[in-house]
Design a protein around this ligand. Structure first.
Ligand SMILES: Nc1ncnc2c1ncn2[C@@H]1O[C@H](COP(=O)(O)OP(=O)(O)OP(=O)(O)O)[C@@H](O)[C@H]1O
Ligand SMILES: Nc1ncnc2c1ncn2[C@@H]1O[C@H](COP(=O)(O)OP(=O)(O)OP(=O)(O)O)[C@@H](O)[C@H]1O
Ligand SMILES: [Mg+2]
Ligand SMILES: [Mg+2]
Lengths: 226, 226
């Protein structure tokens, strides 16, 4: 379902070029659950942003469900981002003036879902935030904000989930609950799931670990769970 | 150096009261290194903000170096925040238009330090960001932003460091380097250090763990390292 070939991303800063991705290639099958690991600055978020159609590569190809993403129109890309993919951002990207409930309803507005309020409430309950639905981000703890971002990514029933360090601000017990949820959705609904993480406990629950070093794939191995 | 007695923080939201802190009391001695742990939403950041003089309690007393913080003038509080305390925010709180170097220089502007550029460069080098000094936050990875926040908290040579989940976005190796740094500064300069964390590896390197449950201290124990 995901095929990347020689993906390159270079940032140009005056006289200096930053080679964030230096030629990344791999295939991911429908329904796989994969961890992406690597040092801070190794290119994980850059890669995830390309896979989420939030950014375009400098070079290389990205095929999503057989379609070359680089050839798609802006409308087609927007539809993919809103309907096909659920994205959990490393810095949450919540809107400061909206309550948790309104944030989670947003993807369903695009889909013109009439049951969106109820579905947003359910998504927040599933991540343990039933008592925080009307809080704005500044009225939520860091881990609660992270869970709003997770609920928002899942509420539209996407076929692929891209999660950038989804448990970084969560205590161990809450992180386990979130991983239980992601694994369950992957098993029951065959949602293709890519999780950037630096936590061994999280990686242990996936089937495969892609390890990045300095913008390149250094290892790509099955886990004990595969 | 830190004494809190029956610290209470209640947020009023229309008809509902959120009891973020329900009567917290403890003493922390000069030069101690302490971990604060607890579930997401248990009140850790709220407590740290009170200790950092960034917010005022609803009730209770906070004595810093023997002074009752609630009685201090705004100028005295600002001086404490800028000179005495180094604060690492859970969401980094970086300024979007400033480079890493400018962010880390900020506390030294207040101190009118003429060597501030050099000291800011050193602080960034110590956290591994010598090649990212001129990048703005949007041009930095999540873990690099977190390290800028850490460098900024340390550059002014504070007598107390309050760090809210300082390794949440860091891979294990980089997190170890940061903990090495915090432990070294604590041992060499006797900087009183409070670290909110959900990671057992981080807590294992402190002398004492205060565990919070629903806004109250549930446990307060020495570690094997004490
Ligand atoms: N301004 C506010 N208004 C209302 N409730 C708030 C506000 N700020 C925080 N809260 C609530 O107070 C509780 C404690 O928040 P706090 O940020 O201290 O938790 P925390 O222990 O740091 O959690 P985390 O580990 O997720 O960062 C949370 O349940 C949160 O929803
Ligand atoms: N807009 C940009 N301009 C210049 N350099 C950038 C930009 N965005 C990212 N970088 C650099 O590209 C590299 C890869 O960044 P990326 O965010 O993908 O890392 P990461 O693996 O997600 O790291 P972390 O684990 O810290 O989140 C970093 O060294 C970063 O400084
Ligand atoms: Mg990242
Ligand atoms: Mg917090």
């Amino acid at each position: 379902v995901v095929r990347v070939q020689d993906l390159v991303k270079t940032y140009h800063m005056g006289l200096i070029d930053v080679h964030a991705l230096r030629g990344v290639s791999f295939d991911i099958g429908k329904g796989e659950i994969v961890a992406i690991m690597g040092h801070s600055g190794s290119g994980k978020s850059t890669l995830l942003n390309l896979l989420g159609c939030l950014d375009a590569p400098t070079a290389g190809s990205y095929f999503l469900d057989g379609e070359l993403v680089g050839d798609l129109s802006d409308d087609a890309l927007a539809a993919i981002r809103n309907r096909k993919i659920g994205f959990v951002f490393q810095s949450f990207n919540l809107l400061a003036r909206m309550s948790a409930l309104e944030q989670v309803e947003m993807p369903l507005l695009y889909a013109r879902d009439r049951q969106r309020r109820q579905r947003a409430e359910e998504a927040l309950a599933v991540v343990g935030l039933e008592d925080r639905m009307h809080h704005k981000p500044s009225e939520l703890s860091g881990g609660q904000q992270q869970r709003v971002a997770i609920a928002r990514a899942l509420v539209g029933n996407p076929s692929m989930v891209l999660a950038d360090e989804p448990t970084g601000n969560l205590d161990t017990a809450t992180a386990n609950e979130i991983m239980e949820l992601l694994v369950l959705l992957n098993e029951e609904r065959r949602i293709t799931t890519l999780i950037v993480t630096h936590e061994a406990d999280v990686a242990a629950r996936t089937q495969r670990v892609i390890r990045m070093v300095d913008g390149a794939v250094a290892a790509d191995d099955l886990t004990a769970r595969a």
